[in-house]
Design a protein around this ligand. Structure first.
Ligand code: C2E
Ligand code: CA
Ligand code: CA
Length: 869
């Protein structure tokens, strides 16, 4: 279209404003003769019809200098001088004829026609495109002068023509009918032609509105500009749209030229993507656009003649530039440039045919006569097709891109789902995994505040064996099967919580590493329906069938409860693991979490790592709790009790760190530290005159130390204290873990001279026969039996029986944990030998103890504490 526009524009301008004489011959109606065609240049512009006529009458004819004219389509180029024409038309025939004289160049500013007939007054007609259309006798863009000729009559015409543009005066003489027939035909062709352009304008405009793509707008505007330009050149717009405004007609013509150029250039830039495809050319086009815009402004300020000349000067080189864009970019492989070049080519051919025809090089035919119109119509159509094709291709690309992005999106979704599946499921059992279980637990603890639930871990203890026996592939199959069964089994339990529910599956078992499974139960529902549990347990412990084999899986179950054992998933699962360890050591294979068993809790780990340092750095201390004789309430001895004042945790009771020490082996240096320090204190007390005993607690693991007896013996010897004043306390349960070995070790210990005391008696299940064998001299009845002795008669019975029995076996009986007067009285009454307890004195630090010893030695320990106190 751009081509179309530019090319056509240029050609039109060349044709319309050409200053060369046209050789197009006038066609005279048959039988009519046009005689003496002459013209006269009125250089001063002073002649009128009257001056001319009077000059002729006056005979001074020569002074007017009429020149004869052979060509009926004279073209005098740009001149502002008025030209006069005169000629006569004879009717040689015997028929009356209605004739039409046509001046077929609609751009002329002023056309004054004077008609003379014999014996008739002069008639005159003033035409021209500077006058309103209403002056015309016939509504036609060209200047039409109808007249009639009776047979043998002649009409003489004087015509004065003046114009700011090029002065062309093509004269045609028509028979009235044939003129109207020809006008009708021409109108049809032009209507068709204008129609095509108008449709193209509208289509492209709507495409622009729909797509907001500037290319279409520019194309629509350029085509519209072209339409207006052709319409104005042919004065069709003048006739149709503004017949009463000649100035607008001239203005529209002046503006249409540069505007069409501007929009054509804009279109070319967009259509060929010049900015990226040919940046230099793009700059040139931008310059053309700016100049075109200036020319539009110029059409308002410059004179008609100057404006026309400026436009033509701009349009011709610009046209060449726009024209060359096509082939140039075609060569660079720009697809759109092909259409552009072809469209341009068609227009060029059409324009050339028109021009050649006009200049008489080729004969008159429909194609040659309307070559420019046909070419430009084709050009417009080709470019519209190109735009449509481009639209289609872009749409198609968009659809493809959309399909592609949907495909990618789906792939991503699938990958995500697969990944989620992998992240949240066990690779072998396909059950939810640990992460899923954690999420489920956290969800429950968030949503079910106030409700209790249990996290159970089931571990298949024998699974490692199966792995080794059947191989990994089979073991995986077993595991998968077990997972499936477990899931079924768990679903049968009321109160089980679902870990994952999908459209086709519900899982209430999670699968962990190392053949473990996790299940969550709602405690309240479970407790209310606990009949279902035994059956489930029974089925769980049943061996499973695999390839004809019966496989014993030996499951163990560890349970942690929300909220007592933890409020978050990680803690609950960890605690269930701790419980699982305990369960594996138990007959019934089921255990609840117990914090004291938890070898893994953080405080315990700290204690573990710091206890050794505490021994080295002496941050441990000993407290001392006295033992009194029941009979006379005198002080008999002390028991050394460990204290650890931890920098972060504060005071830590031995109940907490002794088990840690026992499990880790630290108990060995620890006990030795206590023995050394306790003996040192006793030495000091002895030196101060307090001849009392010192009880030291030892642990069962000390008995397993090869050199323990030796250590004790040398410590006692080194202290130079009487060995019988050293009492080693060992709990009953400690002895019972390995009775034979304990017995042997205790005998060796007793041989050092130290006395042995059986601590916490009554909490274990030692047989009397065993006790009898022990080389102990003292039995300490556990404070759990002493505590309620004054209120619970059964306890009193037990304590009484135990006391009597032990005394009969030769043991001294100590009651520990005496907390009040009543208890003390009861014990007195029963006949215990010694008492110990908060009521009498709590464990005290050494300095407080010494203080007390000095103060109270008179009454409480008068017997055993000589004057030294
Ligand atoms: P134990 O040997 O039975 O020690 C007596 C415990 O009872 C002490 O607790 C003491 O403070 C507490 N006690 C004393 N009178 C009363 C009373 O009237 N009422 C109540 N409720 N409790 C009373 P402590 O000091 O916390 O020691 C706890 C346990 O730690 C000891 O029990 C002993 O088994 C162990 N232990 C303490 N020191 C050592 C040590 O040096 N070595 C070893 N191996 N174990 C130690
Ligand atoms: Ca003790
Ligand atoms: Ca005790």
């Amino acid at each position: 279209m751009i081509i179309f526009r530019t090319l056509t524009l240029t050609l039109l301008i060349c044709v319309a404003f050409a200053t060369q004489a046209s050789t197009n011959a006038v066609q005279l109606a048959k039988g009519k003769r046009l005689v003496n065609l002459e013209y006269l240049v009125d250089e001063q512009g002073s002649l009128t019809i009257d001056t001319i006529l009077s000059a002729q009458k006056g005979g001074s004819l020569s002074s007017l200098n009429w020149k004869s004219l052979v060509n009926t389509s004279p073209n005098f180029g740009y001149t502002l001088s008025p030209y006069w024409f005169r000629f006569k038309i004879y009717n040689d025939s015997s028929m009356r004829a209605d004739q039409i004289l046509e001046i077929s160049y609609p751009q002329l500013d002023y056309v004054d026609i004077f008609q003379f007939r014999t014996n008739q007054p002069m008639t005159q007609l003033h035409l021209g495109d500077r006058l309103e259309f209403s002056h015309r006798l016939v509504a036609h863009p060209n200047f039409i002068i109808p007249f009639e000729l009776v047979p043998e009559e002649a009409v003489e015409f004087y015509i004065r023509v003046q114009s700011g543009g090029s002065l062309q005066v093509p004269l045609n003489l028509w028979q009235e009918e044939s003129f109207y027939v020809s006008v009708g035909q021409e109108d049809q062709i032009h209507t068709f032609y204008y129609g095509i352009l108008a449709v193209i304008v509208i289509i492209n405009f709507f495409v622009f509105v729909a797509l907001r793509e500037r290319t279409y707008l520019y194309y629509a505007l350029a085509t519209l500009g072209y339409l207006i330009l052709i319409g104005s050149l042919r004065a069709k717009t003048f006739q149709l749209f503004w017949p009463d405004a000649p100035w607008l007609h001239n203005q529209s013509l002046l503006m249409a030229i540069p505007l069409t150029l501007v929009f054509s250039a804009l279109f070319t830039r967009e259509f060929l993507h010049l900015e990226s495809n040919a940046p230099k050319l793009d700059k040139l086009l931008k310059a053309i656009i700016s100049l075109g815009a200036l020319a539009v402004l110029g059409s308002f300020t410059l004179s008609y003649a100057a404006s026309v000349r400026a436009s033509v000067l701009l349009v011709i080189p610009s046209f060449l530039v726009l024209f060359s864009c096509g082939p140039l970019l075609w060569r660079r492989g720009v697809r759109a440039a092909r259409y552009y070049s072809i469209a341009w080519g068609v227009l060029t051919i059409g324009g050339a045919l028109s021009a050649l025809n006009k200049y008489g090089v080729i004969p008159n035919s429909f194609i040659t006569e309307y070559g420019l119109q046909i070419g430009s119509a084709f050009e417009a159509i080709i470019l519209t097709i190109a735009l449509a094709e481009r639209l289609y291709r872009e749409r198609e690309q968009k659809v493809l891109a959309q399909a592609e992005s949907i495909r990618e999106h789906n792939e991503r979704r699938h990958a995500e789902v697969r990944l989620m599946q992998q992240i949240l499921h066990h690779p072998v059992t396909h059950l939810p995994n640990r992460a899923s279980l954690e999420m489920a637990i956290n969800d429950l603890s968030r949503s079910q505040k106030g409700r209790n639930f249990s996290v159970c871990l089931v571990h298949l203890a024998r699974f490692q064996e199966i792995n080794k026996t059947l191989g990994y592939n089979n073991a995986d199959l077993v595991l998968e099967e077990v997972g499936r069964k477990l899931n079924q089994l768990a679903q049968a339990i009321v109160g089980v919580q679902f870990i994952e529910e999908t459209d086709d599956d519900r899982f209430c078992v999670a699968s962990f590493e190392a053949a473990s499974f996790g299940v969550i139960f709602d405690n309240d529902i479970l407790n209310a329906n606990d009949e279902s549990l035994p059956a489930v347990k029974e089925r769980l412990f049943r061996p499973i069938e695999f390839k004809g084999m019966r496989l014993e899986l030996s499951p163990a179950i560890g349970i942690a409860q929300y909220p007592e054992h933890g409020v978050d998933a990680a803690t609950l699962i960890r605690h269930a693991h701790v419980a699982l360890e305990a369960a594996e050591a138990q007959e019934n294979r089921v255990a609840y979490y117990r914090p004291e068993q938890d070898r893994y809790n953080a405080r315990r780990l700290t204690i573990l790592s710091e206890l050794k340092l505490a021994i080295v750095h002496d941050s441990l201390t000993l407290n001392f709790q006295p033992k009194f004789s029941v009979r006379d309430e005198t002080l008999i001895g002390m028991e050394a009790l460990l204290r650890w004042n931890h920098p972060r945790f504060g005071l830590i009771r031995p109940d907490e760190f002794i088990p840690v020490a026992e499990q880790t082996g630290i108990i060995k240096p620890l006990t030795r530290w206590v023995i050394e320090h306790a003996l040192a204190v006793l030495q000091d007390l002895y030196r101060a005159g307090h001849h009392i005993s010192m009880a030291i607690n030892i642990s069962a693991s000390n008995l397993r130390e090869a050199d323990f007896v030796e250590f004790v013996s040398s410590a006692i010897q080194a202290s130079a204290l009487p060995a019988h004043q050293i009492i080693l306390e060992l709990t009953e349960t400690a002895m019972m873990t390995d009775p034979v070995r304990s017995l042997a070790a205790l005998e060796a210990l007793a041989n050092t001279g130290a006395r042995i005391s059986i601590d916490d008696f009554g909490t274990g299940y030692s047989s009397l026969a065993y006790i009898k064998k022990l080389p102990a001299s003292e039995i300490k009845i556990d404070r759990s039996l002493i505590k309620e002795i004054s209120s619970k008669s059964e306890d009193q019975v037990i304590v009484r029986a135990t006391t009597q029995m032990c005394q009969q076996l030769g043991f001294k009986v100590v009651a520990e944990g005496v907390e009040d007067e009543l208890t003390l009285r009861a014990l007195k009454q029963i006949g215990c030998d010694l008492v110990q307890g908060y009521y009498l004195l709590p464990p005290l630090p050494l300095d407080r103890l010494v203080e007390w010893l000095c103060k109270d030695s008179h009454h409480k320990n008068a017997g055993s504490m000589p004057a030294s106190a």
